[in-house]
Design a protein around this ligand. Structure first.
Ligand code: ADP
Ligand code: RBF
Ligand code: MG
Length: 501
């Protein structure tokens, strides 16, 4: 007898569906085999991950007892209804909550005593995803694969439909992603044929791909602090060398590189992270995964690891259940939160506030001032002299979306500037903009559309934020300006003005 997926799906709301499917419930035609799979599912995913019984912090025997109890009871929460195996999600949740409480009350006191608290916890090991996390491949993949799909469907699919589907398959191995894409868009082509069309086009262009902003800083920091780290990438070995040809240093720095071809099942299956941990000699509970996709975060979480998401897709909500932290870019990594040595390159303001700026490798950009949305001066009282993003793609891609400070040169004069690069979440722009506010009152001379403007971007300040009111946004931007004025006088940043021509 088969299993009705839809029935399972509705009955298990609150339970991670993908992890469920991986356990084989879908493929199984046999009732008892299905039940066996489901039991594995409950034991593996619900007790330790979904209901956060943390084996590292709990007494091992208490965890074992709780696991056993959940496994035994799981079967009672399953019913054969209307020809399909159904699960009472509430019963499962209750049962797991009970197990979790039992673990914490029975063992917490004795565990902390026995283990000498946290002092013995070893420094965690870091496992990194490659595409979209360390290297900026995602735009290229969207462009190339999107064009092939558009060609194939002769324009029948909306660009946004194709884009959404491409975002959903991010993080998977090329063949897995191709299959999933075909299924999501109901394309009339064999996966092998689609892959044969896209992969030569991509292989010819991997050389264009830049490192993600903050990637080298992170790896150098981990290396300097003696933290072990390795790669777990869905990329198969045959494309890996091509992709990394201009980033060989990154590969040299890794303690291991597990490529997609080395595992039987790709992400979201945990296998690749389990293999990476094994190769690095680390226990899953000591591993911290850094990923840009929900598929990857799920894989890390299912492997029993902590996960940090640096989303390369706009849907941040997709990470809610699978990431322990969701950040805006690698600049914003709070390593100490994960027991890792903190970055030491932030410059604090020393004015009693918590504000700090992060000096970066300075980026110079120049071009004619273009029209923006016509909002800055009018709605915020903050004029921003926009530059053309398309013409400055290389520079823009080397910086994470966010708020920066630096200097500007206009009409032969130098000014301090504070700028935003990104989508201005408050206005939910569909287009990326570069918007520097020159910290000077130009009075009657304040129209420089079309004039040449040169900028040096010297330090990062914060991610772009959404605000509940326009006043709050304005107040924050004025504070950014104060921070910029103070910090641009500091020796660490002052010298970057020399980069202007
Ligand atoms: P837009 O949306 O077209 O960028 P804004 O309202 O942001 O319009 O105004 C930006 C324009 O205002 C700039 O292009 C420039 O001509 C002018 N401007 C005047 N003072 C400043 C300043 N201090 N910083 C930036 N732009 C300024
Ligand atoms: N827009 C946002 O939506 N969120 C922000 O956090 C934000 N920060 C900014 C900081 C600075 C220093 C500047 C100059 C602009 C910022 N903006 C931000 C962009 C602002 O919304 C934009 O300049 C106006 O919409 C004009 O186009
Ligand atoms: Mg503007």
């Amino acid at each position: 007898m088969g299993i009705d997926e839809n029935n399972l799906r509705t009955r298990t709301c609150g339970v991670r569906w993908r992890a469920w499917r991986r356990c084989g419930a879908r493929a199984c035609g046999d009732v008892w085999r299905s039940i066996h799979f489901l039991q594995r599912f409950f034991t593996k995913y619900l007790t330790t991950t979904e209901y956060s019984i943390d084996p590292a912090r709990s007494h091992p025997s208490a965890v074992r007892d709780a696991n056993k109890r959940v496994q035994k009871n799981a079967i009672y929460a399953m019913r054969w209804r209307d020809g399909a195996l159904a699960v009472d999600a509430r019963a499962i949740r209750k049962m797991c909550a009970r197990a979790r409480n039992a673990v914490s009350s029975a063992s917490y006191a004795s565990v902390t005593r026995r283990r000498g608290a946290a002092s013995m916890t070893p420094t965690p090991t870091v496992i990194l995803d490659l595409d979209g996390t360390l290297i900026n491949t995602e735009q290229l993949v969207d462009e190339v694969v999107g064009a092939v799909v558009r060609d194939l469907t002769k324009g029948a699919l909306a660009t946004s439909t194709i884009h959404d589907a491409l975002e959903r398959v991010r993080g998977m191995r090329p063949m897995d992603a191709t299959r999933e894409l075909i299924s999501r868009l109901s394309l009339d082509i064999a996966p092998e044929a689609l892959l044969a069309a896209t992969s030569p086009l991509l292989n010819a262009r991997w050389g264009e791909v830049q490192l993600m902003p903050g990637a080298m800083r992170l790896l150098e920091h981990l290396l300097a602090k003696g933290v072990r780290f390795g790669l777990a990438t869905s990329t198969p070995r045959e494309y890996f060398a091509l992709k990394m040809a201009s980033h060989t240093r990154v590969v040299e720095m890794m303690s291991c590189e597990i490529t997609g071809d080395l595992v039987v099942r790709g992400k979201p299956d945990p296998e690749i992270f389990e293999l990476a941990a094994k190769t690095l000699g680390a226990d899953a509970t000591a591993c911290v995964v850094i990923e840009d996709t929900p598929v990857g975060c799920e894989a890390g979480q299912s492997a029993g690891m902590r996960t940090i998401a640096v989303p390369s897709i706009r849907d941040r909500a997709a990470f809610e259940s699978c990431a322990d932290a969701v950040i805006h870019s690698l600049y914003d990594l709070d390593l100490a939160k994960f027991g890792l040595p903190a970055f030491e390159d932030w410059l604090p303001l020393d004015d009693g506030s918590a504000d700090a700026v992060l000096p970066i490798a300075p980026v110079v950009m120049r071009g004619p001032v273009v029209k923006g949305f016509g909002r800055g001066a009018k709605e915020l009282g903050i004029p921003t002299a926009n530059l053309d993003v398309a013409a400055l793609k290389f520079q823009v891609d080397s910086l994470a979306p966010g708020i920066y400070l630096g200097f500007a040169k206009l009409r032969g004069e130098i000014y301090q500037q504070v700028m935003s690069i990104g989508w201005n979440p408050f206005f939910d722009n569909a287009k990326k903009t570069i918007e520097p506010w020159l910290l000077h009152d130009f009075g009657d001379d304040g129209d420089f559309y079309g004039e040449e403007l040169e900028l040096v971007v010297s330090a990062y300040l914060r991610p772009e934020a959404d605000f509940t009111t326009l006043e709050a946004l304005i107040t924050r931007i004025h504070r950014d300006a104060e921070v910029a004025k103070t910090m641009l006088q500091r020796e660490e940043l002052k010298h970057t003005v020399k980069l202007l021509h």
